[in-house]
Each structure stands twice: as C-alpha cells, then as structure tokens.
Design a binder for this molecule. Structure first.
Ligand code: COA
Ligand code: ZN
Length: 311
C-alpha cells in the first residue's frame, strides 16, 4: 500500500537522543524491540543510535549491533548520529540509511560535546559526504545549540545561517536546527525558520526542540507557521545531551501527535498505539517519564459519569 503524505513528518529520536542520557544500561535486544515497535507504528524516520566514542556515551556503545538487529521497513529511513569520520565509517558498515552529522553553533559547546572546533568538525564531515552519497546513503547536517548555548547564551542567527550554508556547500541532503537545552522561544523560532527556508526547501529542514523550559510544543507550532514541516520528537519525552548542563528531554512524541490530532494536522501516526508503547517505557528505563497525554488520556477518552449523577 502506498503511504499517504502527512502534513508533518515526525522523526522519532528516542532510541538515540532518549537513551543516550539514561544512566541504566538498556539491553541491546530491548533497544531493538523499541525501534521495531516504532517502525510498526509507521514512523518514516527513526534515529536509531549514534556512532560516537563509547567513553563519551557508554549507553549507545552497541550502535552497530542495534543497526544490524532491527527489522527494516522499506519506507522508513534509519538514521545514525555521527561526530566524525570514524563514526561515519562505522555507521556505513552497520548499514545506516542516513548519517546525521552534528556540530554546535556555539564553539564552546562543540568543544564540550565533540572536543573539536567548528573547522575541525567541518573538515571531518567534508571527507564523508561523497563516499556516503556514492553508496546511496543520505547525509543530514545538524546544528546543536542553534537557538542558545548553556555556556555562551543566545546564538546570533547569522552564525547559524553561516553553518547552514557551509553544510549545504558540502552537499548535505538536509539540515536540522536543534535547541539542545530548550532555550528557544517562538518569536526567535519564527525568524530563524523563515531565514533558513530562504536557503533550502521545507522538506529538507528539521526542527529539534527540547522541552527543558516547557516551550517545546509552542516552538513547534511557531516553526510550522513559519513553514517547517519536519520535527524530531521522543516517546515519553526522553532525551538530553550529556555534555550540556541542565539538558532535559525532547518534545514528547505522544504529546506532539495529540496536538496535531486536535488541530487537524495529519502525522500518519496512531496515538493509541503510541500510548501503548509509551506505557512500557517506565519498565524499560526504570523511572517516570514526562508524557502528559499518557497520564491524562486523549481529550476524547471520556470518563464514566459518576454513579450518583446517572439518572
Ligand atoms: N566512534 C567510536 N570511537 C571513536 C569515535 C567514534 N566516532 N571517534 C573516536 N573514537 C575513539 C578513537 O578511536 C580513540 O580510541 P582509543 O583511545 O581506543 O585509541 C578515542 O575514541 C579518542 O579518539 P579522539 O579522536 O582523540 O576523540 P576525542 O577523545 O577527542 O573525542 C569524539 C571526540 C567526537 C569522538 C567524542 O567527543 C564523542 O564521541 N562525542 C560525542 C558526544 C555525543 O554523542 N553527544 C551527544 C549527541 S549531540
Ligand atoms: Zn537533542
């Protein structure tokens, strides 16, 4: 059956952004099951893991086994986050469909997260684009701290747009603007999305918001109104960068799908099935999660009328 186009595309990032910060070791088989469940629900894009130093992010040290173990759906793109040339080689060997390069708008966060300067990151990526594309593998360029850095504060839009241009010059297929520690506000988002869409079409731009200060969904709506159509989100609102002080979870996928359902934007995703998978998360990671829609139920899931009020 042909997949119908949805109004927005949600990329599920819980297996990577969500699990990278979890202190408890999650078994490889459990990661594979989570990804398979997301595939079955119908996500067209899933960020499976990252090929980074196992010393930096021990919780994702099984990235290759996870990639090899998952069931692939032909209409789903399985992405790997990449910090450098070595990560790209490992991801290509493991069969990733897309390499998601990441560097930060802020020099300070790039050093804290990747131990690299901007120029070093870009040099490392430049070597990878061609061999990846020759193998039919997509390449995306992510810009962390694009809206603000926990060390440097607000990042000027010109600086971010300059990195977008550098990525596009390298020949990437898409760009992600990431609000790593939830510092963005809707006005800033509208402006930066508007300016970025002068440089590339909306089907190539992804917005990645963390809900650290409770503005995640508002920022998504602002980005949507400014023309953005692709968004990252994590089931259970899991997530956070281990190298950014105060980082907390991504926008929660179930809450985002509920918002879209309520305002009539199609996502191609079934909220009931998502809630079903989300209910199993606490058992997997060993602590409560921040999904409001799972706790409250969908607006249309009404409660029985109290017995004494029934006639
Ligand atoms: N995957 C696995 N191992 C890697 C690697 C990769 N992508 N890149 C480097 N390594 C290994 C090297 O082989 C070397 O191993 P050795 O000590 O056994 O010889 C070791 O890591 C150090 O390599 P070096 O190139 O000096 O890296 P570094 O210590 O300066 O760290 C990064 C740089 C980018 C590898 C590291 O900072 C990192 O992985 N950061 C990712 C952080 C992250 O995932 N943040 C959250 C997502 S935004
Ligand atoms: Zn993130």
């Amino acid at each position: 059956m042909m997949a119908t186009r949805s109004d927005i595309v949600i990329q599920e990032v819980s297996p990577r952004d969500g699990l990278q910060i979890e202190p408890k070791w999650i078994e490889t088989q459990d990661k594979i099951q989570l990804i398979n469940a997301m595939s079955a629900i119908g996500f067209r894009r899933i960020e499976v893991s990252s090929f980074v130093s196992p010393r930096a992010v021990p919780s994702l040290r099984d990235a290759a086994e996870v990639f090899i173990g998952i069931e692939r759906r032909p209409d789903t793109i399985y992405t790997a986050l990449i910090p450098n040339h070595k990560g790209a080689e490992l991801a290509l060997a493991a069969g990733a469909d897309e390499l998601n390069f990441v560097m930060s708008a802020s020099e300070m966060h790039n050093r804290a997260n990747m131990n690299m300067t901007h120029e070093r990151s870009l040099l490392s990526f430049a070597e990878i684009v061609k061999p990846a594309r020759q193998r039919g593998v997509l390449v995306n360029g992510s810009i962390a701290t694009a809206f603000g850095c926990p060390f440097e504060g607000l990042q000027p839009p010109e600086k971010v747009l300059n990195i977008v241009k550098r990525y596009l010059d390298l020949g990437v297929d898409g760009i992600t603007l990431a609000d790593t520690t939830g510092m963005a506000n809707p006005r800033q988002v509208s402006q930066l999305v508007d300016e970025t869409l002068n440089l590339l079409p909306s089907d190539k731009l992804t917005l990645h918001f963390h809900n650290t200060r409770g503005l995640g969904l508002v920022n998504i709506l602002a980005a949507y109104d400014a023309g953005a159509r692709r968004f990252d989100a994590a089931i259970g609102g899991l997530g956070g960068c281990p190298f950014a002080p105060g980082a907390t979870g991504n926008v929660c996928t179930e809450d985002l799908v509920n918002l879209c359902d309520e305002i009539g934007l199609t996502t191609g995703l079934d909220l009931k099935r998502l809630i079903h998978v989300s209910r199993r998360l606490v058992g997997l990671i060993g602590h409560d999660v921040s999904d409001q829609i799972v706790k409250a139920g969908r607006p249309k899931d009404l409660h029985p009328i109290p017995a004494h009020l029934r006639s």
